[in-house]
Design a protein around this ligand. Structure first.
Ligand SMILES: [Zn+2]
Length: 305
């Protein structure tokens, strides 16, 4: 049992809260209690956090990229290495790595994860016999470890802004809208077998990896879950989108999609003041990944504004 001098409950802050756990699960939460003799006593108790952005397979390339040769390395050379790395991953690897990092997340205090999942196919781009093979591996890893999973299958159709074809290193990620919608259907079945803290959303990878028409189509067909998108991580990405769509990524998205509190804008880094204010007004969550953003030199989020 745990006794907390103060605890954050769904109703707000409460004092002298006692939690009863049976088989590792909370069965009762009561306020204004006294501690019993064997209780673990803590000052402050918070609900476990959700980790809002994970590409779990990248856990296994940690250490391969945590250095930089001045003038030679950038986000884009990091990405090349990541592509070479993904070519080696089997479904068994994907499940094992996801299980490992989901376990680490829970040890660090996270109870749930948004898995932004873009590794879909065999290394040459051919789908597995089961289109949702690698998504089902992620679901299995969540099931094995007990983490709450928001599975976010990624729509990744193009290699760059302006419908540039996929590069060889991106073959495992690619889906047309039709195949993507079929995949989402399979993912919903796989996740329906998991506990109630698991659900399905979608993740158009970024504006540069989709098109305005495709984005509209997947949004109209999406399940009742959140929408995550990488939005403005790199200055080059902002410039490419601006040259193609005549607007900066956040500006374009807010104008052309019904962005609301169900949305999570990952790496909302490169925004003008107007974009920052308008994103906040939309109710969308800014999905910040400070370790990545520091490691890859993306730049800081405009938090104060
Ligand atoms: Zn990401």
């Amino acid at each position: 049992m745990i006794f907390a001098k103060q605890a954050k409950l769904s109703s707000g802050w409460a004092t002298n809260v006692r939690l009863i756990l049976v088989d590792g699960k909370i069965t009762s939460v009561a306020e204004n209690q006294s501690p019993a003799q064997d209780d673990t006593i803590v000052d402050t108790l918070l609900p476990a956090l959700g980790n809002l952005h994970s590409h779990s397979f990248q856990r296994a390339m940690s250490g391969m990229t945590e250095f930089r040769m001045a003038g030679k390395d950038s986000f884009w050379t990091w990405r090349d290495l990541m592509y070479r790395f993904t070519a080696h991953l089997t479904p068994e690897h994907v499940e094992a790595i996801a299980g490992f990092v989901f376990l680490e997340m829970q040890e660090a205090g996270y109870a749930s994860v948004g898995e932004f999942h873009y590794l879909h196919h065999q290394p040459n781009g051919t789908p597995y016999d089961n289109l949702g093979e690698l998504s089902s591996r992620i679901a299995a890893a969540a099931s094995e470890t007990g983490i709450g999973l928001t599975h976010l299958p990624v729509l990744y159709t193009y290699g760059g802004a302006g419908k540039v074809p996929l590069a060889a290193g991106q073959a495992r990620f690619g889906n047309s809208v039709d195949r993507f919608n079929a995949l989402v259907g399979q993912v919903q079945v796989a996740v329906s077998n998991l506990p109630a803290d698991c659900r399905v959303g979608i993740a158009p990878h970024s504006l540069r990896a989709t098109s305005p028409e495709d984005l509209k189509t997947v949004l109209s067909a999406k399940p009742d879950g959140p929408v995550h998108i990488h939005i403005a991580e790199q200055p080059k990405e902002v410039a490419d989108v601006q040259a193609w769509l005549n607007a900066r990524p956040v500006d374009w998205l807010l104008t052309n999609a019904d962005v609301n509190a169900d949305w999570c804008l990952i790496h909302a880094t490169h925004m003008t003041e107007a974009e920052t204010v308008n994103m906040a007004k939309s109710g969308a969550v800014a999905g910040l990944c400070p370790v990545t953003e520091a490691n890859l030199g993306d730049g800081p989020f405009n938090g104060p504004q």
